[in-house]
Design a protein around this ligand. Structure first.
Ligand code: NAD
Length: 296
């Protein structure tokens, strides 16, 4: 087991992830800019330091869980000047592929190993230790990081070299945004045609329309009792985060020259849904916006 782990970014995801490392017996030092996050981390057994540099100085492994690429690059620039040589740096945030590759380059220049390892599974998966990690980086870095990621997740997929984890994450979430919009449109059309929600679910969830957005996360109340539609569209997975991931997919499509017309359309729908003040709703609440012809 790696001796000491530093964890920077102890928010909604990072807090419970760091707590699972503590539970597994690691010595975890942590830092966050927010007082509230620091206090919650102390209660979970993390030794909170007064700066990120203090947390990483003696660490064998550093994990970051931050909002966006600019935060990761700024923190990694600071930390790579303070860590021991050969430290493993793992970024679990969801960020753009280009920033992820720049972060790997910073680590390499400092003589460190690095992984991009974004997650799916949300705050529930972070607390339960059941996240899926999509991992990019060299084999040697993956071999060192895998046991640590296993403490926080149940499925760890090595997707390829630097940036591949972020690439897998945004491709997956672009599929999710598109399929959810399609499933919402189908339920709205069914309503207009006088077809019941249950009838459409019974057919589509067992036919060629089946997908996670209908089978597991059905956007109308009733057919899947655990879906957020049964709980007033409380997240779950907030529409603001879905929009973030769709925008990352569109930036990546532009930079790489890929044609993603459905992804662009889903990004536009979620932009309008967010602009109407629904960023804190579950992303399946898009059905109410579509039912109301984009006004609701
Ligand atoms: P969050 O805002 O709750 O946590 C981010 C934390 O980073 C905050 O506590 C903030 O104070 C801290 N921070 C920012 N800059 C810092 C710095 N320079 N030094 C130290 N701490 C700093 O966000 P979250 O929900 O935990 O998400 C984190 C990442 O995980 C994001 O990239 C998000 O897209 C991704 N993600 C979130 C979910 C989810 O359901 N919340 C699911 C999958 C992936």
């Amino acid at each position: 087991m790696a001796g000491s782990i530093a964890f920077i970014g102890l928010g909604n995801m990072g807090g419970p992830m760091a707590a699972n490392l503590v539970k597994a017996g690691y010595d975890v030092k942590g830092f966050d800019l927010s007082t509230e996050s620091r206090e919650a981390a102390i209660a979970a057994g993390v030794s909170v330091t007064s700066s990120a540099v203090d947390a990483v100085r003696d660490a064998d492994v550093v994990v970051t869980m931050l909002p966006a690429g600019k935060h990761v690059l700024s923190v990694w620039t600071e930390l790579t000047g303070a860590v021991k040589p050969a430290t493993l740096l793992i970024d679990c945030s969801t960020i753009d592929v280009e920033s992820a590759r720049q972060a790997h380059a910073l680590a390499k220049a400092a003589g460190c190993l690095s992984l991009d390892a974004p997650v799916s599974g949300g705050t529930v998966g972070a607390a339960a230790g059941t996240l899926t990690f999509m991992v990019g980086g060299a084999d040697e870095a993956f071999a060192r990081g895998e046991p640590i990621l296993q403490t926080m997740g149940k499925r760890i997929v090595h997707c390829g070299d630097a940036g591949s984890g972020q690439a897998a994450k945004i491709c997956n979430n672009m599929i999710l945004g598109i399929t959810m919009a399609g499933v919402c449109e189908a339920f709205v059309l069914a309503e207009k045609l006088g077809l019941s929600h249950q009838a459409l679910f019974d057919v589509a969830s067992t036919s060629s329309g089946q997908c996670w957005s209908i089978n597991t996360y059905c956007p109308v109340p009733g057919p899947v009792p655990t879906s957020p539609a049964n709980n007033g569209y409380k997240p779950g997975f907030a529409a603001a985060l879905m929009l973030k991931d769709l925008m990352l997919s569109q930036e990546a499509a532009k930079a790489s020259g890929a044609t993603t017309e459905m992804g662009a359309h889903a990004a536009d729908l979620y932009t309008r849904f967010n602009e109407l003040g629904h960023g804190g709703d579950d992303f399946s609440g898009l059905i109410n916006f579509l039912r109301d012809n984009g006004r609701g």
